[in-house]
Design a binder for this molecule. Sequence first.
Ligand SMILES: [Zn+2]
Length: 255
Amino acid sequence: MSIDKILENNRGWVAEMKATDPDFFNRLADGQKPKYLFIGCSDSRVPASAITGTGPGEMFVHRNIANMVVHTDFNMLSVLQYAVEVLGVEDILVVGHYGCGGVAAAAANKQYGLIDNWLTNIRDVIRVHEMEFLRIKDDGQRLRRLVELNVIEQVRNLAKTNIIQNARKTSKPPRLHGLVYDIKEGLLKNLEVEDNGIGELQHIYGTEAMKHAEEVLESQPGFNPKADKGQLLDEPQKTKKDKKEDKGPHLQKAS
Ligand SMILES: [Zn+2]
C-alpha cells in the first residue's frame, strides 16, 4: 500500500465518521479523558483499539517490544505517570500475546545485538520462574507459558513503581490487569493477576522500605539506636577498624 493510498484511506475514514457523527472530531479536539491505559507489544497483529473495541479518545497506549514495564524506561514511566496522575485512568492493561517474537528471542540461545539488552528483562523472568519453565517439555507450550509469566511479572513491575504506590494511597487507584491475546483466535484471556501488586515484597519495593528496615533493626537483640540506625542510612563515617568488625548485613529479618 503506497502512502497515497494511506492518505486516501484517511480521507475516506473522516467522511465515514462525519457521516455517522458530525460532531465526532470537534468533541475529540476538546481533550481526552480515557479510562484505560494499554501497555502492549509493538507487534502489528496486536492493535490496541481493534482488539478491545475502543475508539479514539478511549484508550491511552504505550507499546514496546514484548510489552515490558522496565523501571529505567523514561518513555514508559512518563506515559504511566501522565495516565495515572493527569488523565486518571481507571484500569491499566498489560497485554502480551502468544507467538511474541520478543519473548521467543529472549528464550533462544542466540545473540541479536542491541536488543539483547532489552530482552535481558525477559530473561530475568525466566530466571525467576526457572523451575516451572524447565519442567514444560513441549517447546510451544513453554513459550506460551513464558508469554503469560512475562505479563504477570510486568504487572508486578507496574506495582513496584512509586507512581502506582502513590496512586494506591488515593481514593481511586487504577486497577492492574494482565491479559494475553491469542492471535490465532483473536481472543483476550484474563490471567487474573492478583491485584495486591507487590504483596509480601512490600518491605523491599515499598516506598516505606526504610521505615520497615528500621523496625526490623529495632527488633534485633542488643539494638543500639545511636550506633545502629546510622548504619542503616549511610556509612560514610566508618573507620577501618569498624569495617573489620562489621559482621554482615544489618537488614536481616529477626527470626
Ligand atoms: Zn510481541
